[in-house]
Design a protein around this ligand. Sequence first.
Ligand code: ZN
Length: 411
Amino acid sequence: MSISQKLLQKYAELIVRTGANVQPGQVVQLAVSVEQHDFAALVMEECYKAGAKKVNVDWIFDIQSRLNYLYAEQETLATVLPWEEEKMKQMVEDLPVRIFISSEDPDAMNGVDPQKLSAVMQRRAAVMKPYRNAVDGKHQWVIAAYPSVKWAKKCFPEASDAEAVDQLWEAILRTVRVQEDNDPVVAWKAHTDFIEKKAAWLNEQGFSALRYKSANGTDFTVDLIPGAKWEGAGATNSVNGAFYIPNMPTEEIFTSPIAGKCEGTLVAVKPLSWNSQLIEDFSITFEHGKAVSCRAAKGQELLERMIHMDEGASMLGEVALVPKESPVNQCGFLFYETLFDENACCHCALGMGFKEVLPDGDDLTMEQAQEMGINDSIIHVDFMIGADDLSIDGVRPDGTTEPVFRNGTWA
Ligand code: ZN
């Protein structure tokens, strides 16, 4: 592998200092694949240098999950054990900084019964959800990526293992703005400033709806929550005021629309990888805010199952704007990883919305947020609709309109 130790060090620092922004005295919960133990050590040390009180590691092992799903009973897997729940309770108490290093093999769950997979996920997520809600907005977290051989080979099947990993590294470092001769912290400051400027403009406009149109068949209107904010790049931990960047890379400016208020059809422009399986060439049609039909050249059944995971799974939780010049899009290949693929172009997400976009949203319960229009669900699945010719108009409450996007980028 040809990536230099210097670049790895820069990347680890960026994740800990700019991404998670670990503060002195904080507990850190690091989730990382067993294969990336060397990088895990770099990240751990960086956390301690930033003043972390304790760094705990959750080791991820793709093969373990796969074997469990192949051999263990659904009921066994779906049961959340008391110690697992205790761990969540501890998390609510400690409010640890959470760092996820993603390097998943996109095909890890091939051959596993998708019904079993979603049933287990559904049951476990339902038990874990109150704890997730309890820490929402009250801790810093970041997801960043590290290429595994299997992931790299999925993206570059023709290349040798080493070449594939190198190419994926190159793409990852480009999208997270880490180069041999730059200061990534400065590059990120300029990037987040640009995103914040655009978000501020959207907030000033006070649009009550967005209208999407593209030659591929996208013809869609979605209503926005009055007073809900457009957000991008960073977030602030409401407990200690620490600014952090949940996703690296990040290119999007997003908000949560009114659940149950959208009409029309959205046509996906990129395949969607869900539960390690692909849904391709698909579109979703909404009536009265709910997905009433969907069509997929591949993965039709999977897409239908996703939409029916629970009541909120058929409604939108997010609309996000990403110009087609995004470095993720410029890389020109599918990463098979939402962290990257959702930052390629404009997207929407089915499922859970973000209560933090509401005024004082962090202090609201999920029930209160729902009353104000935020969608609730156990899923949150992004799908890409940013065609190269996509145009989006903002509609103001008085009916006047303003171009927001033209030809896939800022108007
Ligand atoms: Zn998004």
